[in-house]
Design a protein around this ligand. Structure first.
Ligand SMILES: Cc1cc2nc3c(=O)[nH]c(=O)nc-3n(C[C@H](O)[C@H](O)[C@H](O)COP(=O)(O)O)c2cc1C
Length: 178
């Protein structure tokens, strides 16, 4: 079910210079638009989840297990933007159906195109489905490569209780090493 992926912590793409360096940059600006609502967060966990809510379920349980706050990247453009103010670990689902460039949800690309958000990311936890074979949890590898942080764990759909416990334990260790 779950695959622990201890990936080297060093920069894989050599920079934090821009999330979209490989063509993933979204057309809209990386900063908030004038008049757009900006929500700031000091949460240790930042996540994105689509309407199906699988990652929301996982991230919520993980936050409860850790006793730490979580913050959700808005789903719709009109919902405003999220701005991180402290280091965080990103939890995100994989999309794209095996197609690399589409693996990272556009809302996450937009969030990471903000230089301050990108500078504060410390690790990635990726959701996915093993039905997608080699593309299972690919979004974690893409974000890791583009931001130079480790992909710490993959989980399937909304994860099991074992996944939640393993990630909670791993993150407590990870944070003490930061
Ligand atoms: C259109 C579509 C494409 C997907 N592509 C992938 C994929 O390439 N790799 C993968 O591991 N999972 C893929 N998935 C599975 C999702 O990552 C999984 O369902 C996830 O739990 C969705 O999280 P969410 O409900 O929080 O959005 C895809 C799902 C959909 C609906």
């Amino acid at each position: 079910m779950s695959v622990v992926t201890p990936v080297a912590a060093g920069p894989l793409s050599g920079s934090r210079a821009g999330f979209g360096a490989g063509g993933d940059r979204v057309a809209r600006g990386s900063r908030s638009e004038p008049g757009e609502r900006v929500e700031t967060t000091g949460a240790d966990l930042v996540y994105f989840s689509s309407v199906s809510g699988n990652t929301h379920r996982f991230a919520t349980r993980l936050g409860e297990a850790l006793g730490r706050p979580v913050a959700r990247i808005p789903l719709h453009p009109g919902d405003g933007t999220l701005k991180a103010t402290r280091p965080y670990v990103l939890v995100l689902p994989t999309y794209g159906a095996g197609n690399g460039p589409g693996a990272v949800p556009k809302q996450v690309i937009r969030f990471l195109n903000d230089p301050e958000n990108r500078a504060l990311i410390r690790g990635v936890v990726a959701g996915g489905n093993t039905n997608f074979g080699k593309a299972y949890g690919l979004a974690g590898d893409v974000v890791a490569a583009k931001t130079g942080v480790p992909c710490l764990y993959r989980f399937e759909v909304f994860g099991t209780q074992d996944d939640v416990e393993a990630v909670a334990e791993g993150l407590e260790r990870f944070w003490t090493q930061q």
